[in-house]
Write a protein that binds this ligand. Structure first.
Ligand SMILES: Cc1ncc(C[n+]2csc(CCOP(=O)(O)OP(=O)(O)O)c2C)c(N)n1
Ligand SMILES: CC(=O)[C@@H](O)[C@H](O)COP(=O)(O)O
Ligand SMILES: [Mg+2]
Length: 641
């Protein structure tokens, strides 16, 4: 059921200016209607549901109290910003979320003036907000910057780097910590315990008490007056929190679902002039929608679903396994007999398949939180001490740890194993999550081995290859989603490093494929053969080291060589061209064409459409070959001028 809810009050609010005309007593009803509208919208689009449900009241209160868009409200990650989008002039498009041509699933500067800073990778909000605040200070411009950051995102070092630096912003900077005691999975580490202690009394800070405390913190006359108040000194604010040490005035804990209390607390915070403040708001991920509240992941990310039952439209099931699960299960199996294997995830246990490993080997599985840099150097330390660490990180999130990859792993030639999931285009999450750059950023590093499987069985073999490769760093990249449906090997076999394979042999055209484009390469070869253009298809397997022998042979025996990969320029095509140039293979007139992702940040859409737009599907391979040969689509050679 996706019927639209009845929302009389919400219908009067298109922008925050409309919201500010309402009385505080009307806000709970508005929040209820906003929540219903969001559930209804996401039921037809899919997307990030639980996080947004948890911040409905916070969204209303923040826009009610602060002067957005002049005050800058910056949502960390942006996956919780759907209620914010509904309240900031985008309700008419909310049912296009994450669809081709529709609204982004995250905040985006190009989408609205109410999105002052784009996001999707976590833990950037405080730094960005500090930038706005300091710019206002230097420009003597009024306006605050408010960063809303989750407890999960607060596990990343960047958040502390920003806080450590924030004093200069004064009261222009406000951090709202949205503590729902959840990341995608339950949060981890000592920080979680520390936050739990702050909320452990079960009592929330009353706005009245906050007003008194803030008065005490203000300059002397007020301070003295406030000290005389009866309720002095026994409030919830304890001082001495980590945040105080970092120069913030800690306010909390505050009930994040009591919209009236939230408004009053934020009004007090807005009006206090005592330096940067951190408001600790306690919320529940999935709040107000029973199926989300009751599910283990709080409906962090969902596909379309039935609103009444909460049942998600996951299809019939029984299809090929997802790459992430092939990785996790293969590694778990190898670890049965290899006590040195350790698996590390940075807050993505299910997304990376590390949960499968953890189920069998809990003491050798580490979720380090959203801390990719730490994950990589932690693995480097493990490797230096003789362990076999596998760091499973989405390709896009590994970008954050590039210096650790170079400095801590590659330069020291340590055998850290990198499992890079979500390589290539990922669909609805769009450009921020596309794994486009890993080949470019890894293949240039001395010491690295870089692989890409063409199907799930190849992935199993590559995991085995990584296990036994103790002489230096090794990485494998594979896409989001299901495999091709090929049988998985009982005993994965280690591949010979730097050796590709011929999948089919021809004479005139050679397609060198890396990764799962192989299926498209084979389709293209069928079509080229049918036109009388006999085509070889090679599965390179290794982007680094390249199979020099294979490539040299194909380049000296074929008329056209086409490379194809699911990665940006600078990947395997670039390295094949470098090899060809180094060896003079193109000197005799060989035609080489490289097919790769375009030099643009592609918009969110269905992956198949994105690949079509990228022009690396079978028809595009055929077209590229025909153009290189100056042959028309009927296979007839064009007369050259
Ligand atoms: C650098 C980075 N690593 C991992 C992720 C994947 N990710 C997105 S949301 C999320 C959980 C964030 O938890 P929290 O900040 O508490 O927000 P909540 O979903 O609980 O509202 C994670 C791990 C990411 N977006 N960015
Ligand atoms: C917001 C975020 O970064 C994650 O929730 C991400 O959207 C998950 O992507 P997958 O669905 O590919 O695991
Ligand atoms: Mg959280």
């Amino acid at each position: 059921m996706s019927d639209r809810p009845h929302t009389p009050l919400l219908d009067t609010v298109q922008y925050p200016a409309d919201l500010r005309k309402l009385s505080k007593d009307q806000l709970p009803q508005l929040a209820d209607e906003l929540r219903q509208e969001m559930i209804s919208a996401v039921s037809v689009t899919g997307g990030h549901l639980g996080a947004g449900l948890g911040v409905v009241e916070l969204t209303v209160a923040a826009h009610y109290v602060f002067d957005t868009p002049n005050d800058k409200l910056i949502w960390d990650v942006g996956h919780q910003a759907y209620p914010h989008k509904i309240m900031t002039g985008r309700r008419d498009r909310i049912r296009t979320l994450r669809q081709g041509g529709g609204l982004s699933g995250f905040t985006r500067r190009s989408e609205s003036e109410y999105d002052p800073f784009g996001a999707a990778h976590s833990s950037t909000s405080i730094s960005a907000a500090l930038g706005f605040a300091i710019a206002n200070k230097l420009g003597e411009t009024p306006g605050r910057a408010i960063a809303v950051i989750g407890d999960g995102a607060l596990s990343a070092g960047m958040a502390y780097e920003a806080m450590n630096n924030a004093a200069a912003a004064g009261n222009r900077l406000i951090v709202i910590l949205n503590d729902n005691d959840m990341s995608i999975a339950p949060p981890v580490g000592s920080l979680r315990n520390s936050l739990a202690r702050l909320v452990s009394s079960g009592k929330y800070l009353a706005p009245r008490k906050l007003a008194q405390k803030l008065a005490r913190a203000m300059p002397e006359p007020l301070h003295v007056a406030a000290r005389k108040m009866e309720e002095y000194a026994r409030g919830m604010f304890t001082g001495g929190t980590l945040f105080d040490e970092l120069g913030f005035y800690y306010v909390g804990p505050v009930d994040g679902h009591d919209v009236r209390a939230l408004v009053e607390v934020l009004e007090n915070v807005r009006d206090a002039d005592i330096g940067p403040m951190l408001v600790h708001v306690v919320t529940q991920k999935g709040k107000g929608y029973a199926p989300a509240e009751n599910s283990a992941d709080k409906y962090h990310g969902v596909v379309k679903f039935d609103v009444v039952s909460g049942k998600q439209d996951k299809g019939p099931g029984g299809g090929p396994p997802a790459y992430q699960n092939v990785f996790g299960e293969t590694l778990a199996k190898l670890a049965d007999t290899d006590p040195k294997i350790v698996a590390i995830t940075a807050a993505m246990p299910s997304g990376t398949g590390v949960d499968k490993f953890a189920a069998k080997h809990p003491h050798r599985a580490f979720d380090v939180g959203i801390a990719e840099q730490h994950a990589v150097t932690f693995a480097a330390g493990l490797a230096a001490q003789g362990m076999r660490p596998f760091v499973a990180i989405y390709s896009t999130f590994l970008q954050r740890a590039y210096d650790q990859v170079v400095h801590d792993v590659a330069i020291q030639n340590l055998p850290v194993r990198f499992a890079m999931d979500r390589a290539g285009l990922v669909g609805a999450d769009g450009a921020t999550h596309a794994g486009s750059f890993d080949l470019a950023y890894l293949c240039t590093l001395p010491n690295f081995v870089v692989m890409a499987p063409s199907d799930e069985a190849e992935l199993a073999h590559m995991v085995k290859t990584m296990e036994v490769h103790d002489s230096g760093p090794i990485a494998v990249r594979y896409p989001r989603g299901e495999g091709r449906g090929v049988p998985l090997p009982d005993q994965p076999q280690a591949l010979e490093i730097g050796k590709g394979r011929i999948v089919r042999e021809g004479k005139k055209v050679a397609i060198l494929s890396l990764g799962t484009r192989l299926a498209e390469a084979e389709k293209a070869a069928d079509q080229l053969d049918a036109k009388g253009l006999s085509t070889t298809v090679a599965d390179l397997r290794f982007a680094k080291p390249l199979d020099h022998e294979l490539i040299r042979k194909l380049m000296t025996t074929h008329e056209v060589v086409v490379t194809v990969e699911e990665a940006a320029v600078g990947g395997v095509g670039a390295h094949v061209l470098t090899l060809a140039s180094d060896e003079g293979l193109t000197d005799a007139g060989l035609k080489v064409r490289t097919m790769r992702l375009p030099d643009t940040f592609q918009e969110h859409d269905k992956p198949e459409k994105q690949y079509d737009e990228a022009r690396i599907n079978a028809p595009h391979i055929v077209e590229t070959v025909l153009k290189a040969l100056r042959v028309n689509s009927a296979g007839v050679e064009e007369v050259r001028a």
